[in-house]
Design a protein around this ligand. Structure first.
Ligand SMILES: Cc1ncc(COP(=O)(O)O)c(C=O)c1O
Length: 294
């Protein structure tokens, strides 16, 4: 497998984490997944902003500036020869000297960058995926915040396994009020009655960077769009539905529970796919520093 790592500045094909690393022991870490597009990092600033928000929400300090993290990511990327890359940026709270839930005072966070090769030609799936509404709930705001992207994804992993045990590809999680939130690693969108709708942050979601770019596209083109509280029964009115995330971009949904979607991929999904790729093209050409140009 094509993989390159950078652990605290040391670049190599793999890296070794201490058994006393808090990210390893407790998922006590935050992370981001960024992708390159045309060999350049897409949306890095937005991802670094969210990395800091995630760190704040778990009282973790990120001791490096954005430009220091960017420089490390670019230095690592320059040692790959892949056309397009998946870039995972992980900050662990640090390594303890003994097993202890209580974080030591003098912990030094570590920075891990993992890069792997991805498909150089992103293509909209023509098959789509089957989502299952699962019993497991999305984290409550008062527990580990769903808005924080931390190394503790066990709840989402369990939701995914539950969905797969029922023959689906991914899970759709509800919150404690029975409202639709998101899938295990992506935001949900539906199209109904000429309007593009996605659940609001208040229901408990990770506010996706792809979601943010899609909102900008919809607003720029004055397409009816709304953040809407959705119940599972509302999904039966969807003419099309899709997921969004940095790596998959848009993934059409072919079925939710036992209900097939009328269009997969639907016309809005196809249009947004083209617009998103055009937006990514513009963004990397205009203002994001080259990851692989040096
Ligand atoms: C729970 C969850 N929701 C949504 C997303 C989509 O976020 P983004 O578009 O920033 O990749 C992710 C991405 O990993 C996620 O883990």
């Amino acid at each position: 497998m094509s993989l390159l790592t950078n652990l605290d500045g040391v670049i190599g094909p793999t890296a070794h984490i201490s058994v006393l690393d808090r990210g390893f022991l407790y998922g006590d870490s935050v992370y981001e997944v960024v992708r390159t597009f045309q060999g350049r990092l897409f949306g890095l600033q937005e991802h670094l902003d969210r990395l800091r928000q995630s760190a704040d929400s778990i009282y973790m300090r990120v001791p490096w500036s954005d430009s220091q993290i960017q420089a490390e990511v670019e230095r690592t990327l320059q040692q790959t020869h892949w056309l397009e890359s998946y870039v995972r940026i992980v900050v662990s709270r640090g390594t303890e000297t003994k097993v202890s839930l209580q974080p030591s005072r003098d912990l030094k966070p570590s920075l891990l960058i993992v890069i792997s090769e991805i498909d150089p030609q992103p293509q909209l799936s023509q098959i789509g995926i089957h989502l299952q509404v699962v019993n497991r709930l999305r984290n409550d705001h008062r527990a580990l915040s769903p808005a924080a992207k931390t190394g503790n994804y066990l709840n989402n992993i369990l939701a995914l396994l539950e969905a797969q045990q029922q023959g689906a590809d991914d899970a759709l999680l509800l919150n404690g009020q029975g409202q639709v939130t998101e899938a295990t690693t992506s935001n949900l969108w539906i199209v109904r009655q000429g309007s593009v709708q996605t659940p609001p942050p208040s229901v408990g979601i990770l506010q996706g960077i792809t979601r943010h770019f899609l909102v900008q596209i919809l607003q720029r083109h004055q397409i009816p769009y709304a953040e809407t509280l959705l119940l599972p029964s509302d999904l039966t009115q969807a003419e099309e539905a899709f997921l969004s995330s940095s790596v998959r971009l848009l993934m059409p949904i072919n079925r939710i529970d036992q209900m097939p979607l009328p269009h997969c991929p639907g016309p809005m999904t196809r249009w947004l796919w083209d617009e998103l790729l055009a937006e990514m093209d513009r963004a990397v050409t205009e203002n994001i520093p080259l990851a692989q140009s040096a």
